[in-house]
Design a protein around this ligand. Structure first.
Ligand SMILES: [Zn+2]
Length: 184
């Protein structure tokens, strides 16, 4: 049995042998593919279907992403997306967050794990915000000694060296059970 990729219109089986399944149609003689994907034949139920190739998920406005802060610029920062609405993604996407009117405030640091809400897609750039209470930094370490930090409202304090600095924390800060960090 071939697992060769089928293109739309490709004949994958004859109607005497199989019924149409997902992503297929019957042209009166043959079962043909509607999509690009891999044919799969269920011999017990005599159903032929195509497993469509999944396109990498792109965050849409309203989606909540989780990722690590990859770059910090004057009035914006980038988050490398690891989860979209809780589902892992490996598409290498970045969202951009504006830190408007916050020039003097430290919202995030590179390497922080943060959660943000997507607000728009403009010219291929995904814009997100961290201004809502549940959005912002989920996990971070001391900027001086990399020690553990605790929340002090709008700042964080290192339990090792006592260093205090500002952060825009998520209300879920310190409660990171819901995501597993891969340390590759
Ligand atoms: Zn420290």
């Amino acid at each position: 049995m071939s697992s060769k990729q089928a293109l739309p219109g490709d004949k994958i089986a004859i109607i005497e042998e199989f019924e149409t399944g997902q992503n297929t149609f019957d042209d009166g003689h043959s079962i043909r593919s509607l999509v690009v994907g891999t044919p799969e034949f269920d011999k017990t139920n005599r159903v032929a279907k195509i497993n469509g190739i999944k396109k990498p998920a792109v965050p849409k406005p309203g989606n909540v992403i989780v990722g690590n802060v990859s770059a910090l610029m004057n009035n914006m920062f980038a988050i490398n997306v690891m989860y979209i609405d809780g589902r892992p993604t490996h598409a290498g996407l970045e969202v951009i967050c504006q830190a408007r009117g916050a020039k003097k405030r430290i919202l995030v640091r590179v390497g922080d794990i943060a959660t943000a809400k997507v607000i728009s897609l403009l010219n291929g750039v995904i814009h997100a915000i961290i201004s809502e209470p549940e959005l912002g930094v989920l996990f971070s370490t001391c900027n001086k000694c990399a020690g553990s930090i605790v929340s002090m409202g709008s700042s964080v304090k290192c339990v090792d060296c006592g260093y205090i600095e500002e952060r825009k924390l998520s209300t879920k800060f310190g409660n990171s059970d819901f995501i597993k960090f891969d340390s590759n």
